[in-house]
Design a protein around this ligand. Sequence first.
Ligand SMILES: Cc1ncc(COP(=O)(O)O)c(C=O)c1O
Length: 434
Amino acid sequence: MKPGGPFKTPPARRLPAHEPAAPRAPRDGEGVAGHDASIPGAGTGPATRASARSRIPAFEVMRITDEIAKRRAAGRDVVSLCAGEPSARPVPGTITPAGYTGPLGTTPLREAISGHYRGWYGVDVDPATIAITTGSSGAFQLVFLAAFDPGDRVALASPGYPAYRNILAALGVDVVEIPTGPDTRYQPTPELLDAAVAAGGPLAGLIVASPANPTGTMLGRAELGALAAWCARHGARLISDEIYHGITFPEADDADPRGVTARELLPDAIVINSFSKYWGMTGWRLGWAILPEDLVAPFEALASNFALSPPAPAQELALTAFSDESYAERDAIVAGFARARTLILDAESQLGWGVAAPSDGAFYYYSELGEPLLERFGDSVSYARTLLETADVALVPGVDFDPLAGRRAVRLSYAAGEPAVAEAIDRIIRFQAG
Ligand SMILES: Cc1ncc(COP(=O)(O)O)c(C=O)c1O
């Protein structure tokens, strides 16, 4: 353990000429995010607030575009001389040609997503608090901008998805990496957060992912509830990346087969999700954020300037994602991931690697390589490079997800399916025996 405690605060790259951070008191006319006193252990923690830099005017043209769409949907014959937008070029196939939509997306899609939350989790989500974004990646940028100011401290688990820390660092937010391991299923805990606060000061936010990338591990209802209560008590925003929900391998009696959404546990939680993984629509660049009331207007102001609107054809196509046929088709794909996962778990002793994270969901298997292979190859970067050069098997060294401990680990994605995974396992075993 390094002096000063285990928590790594990588030097955040700061952007020049930022306004000083606003005082923590609410601004005129600004709502304050309250926390639900019914959450066990939440108490009445300090209020959270929107970031000072999200205090920019909305792009009015985009707000009007949204208004026009709503009026037209209500049957009004609106003539628009509003947007600088030529008539849309017809798209081959069934998709209707479309121009900009409102900055938070189309009403039908936001309503469909709200219906998805009712169907999967039994949770009511107001469509007005759902923002459609260009992938969940677009949601991260706008949520971080809306919620945090430069110098705020935001915690996340290490190993973890690298874009969280890289986007936060680009925005001048202090990233507080919480080293995790098998003892906590590679997930943060209230005790680890307490220690991070004791070591470096209050946290403005916590980012969790369940199932996580690269480990695939999940937070159960009790564990996520404890983190939600901690955030409520400490005035920290909880941002829950639920992009791998639905790609889960539950035990037979699991009460939460799709994953637990943070929205079930904390009404102010920010949930981020996407059509990329469960629905396999990566290239359509479509995701969403569920926002607490106090962030809707700041987020809209940012979105209307940064992106104008999420992609319209993708939003139209995404409406088809919520049919019974679509869920059945995607669940069949997930069943294929489950079979590929079993192949890896069954091959564990032949692979002879070290400790692996429990692959609860997503399509990732994250494992230590173990001493003999590390002694032979030096680290996971060299192991992965040699494996690719010698046996044409590509897997990811853990350094993307944890620059230090990741030198000892590798991540396998079994999204490629059973035949590819079976072939890769054979080749890896032969490569290691050579
Ligand atoms: C945990 C996690 N979150 C978010 C993303 C971003 O996905 P997208 O922008 O396609 O929604 C990824 C992509 O791999 C991911 O693994």
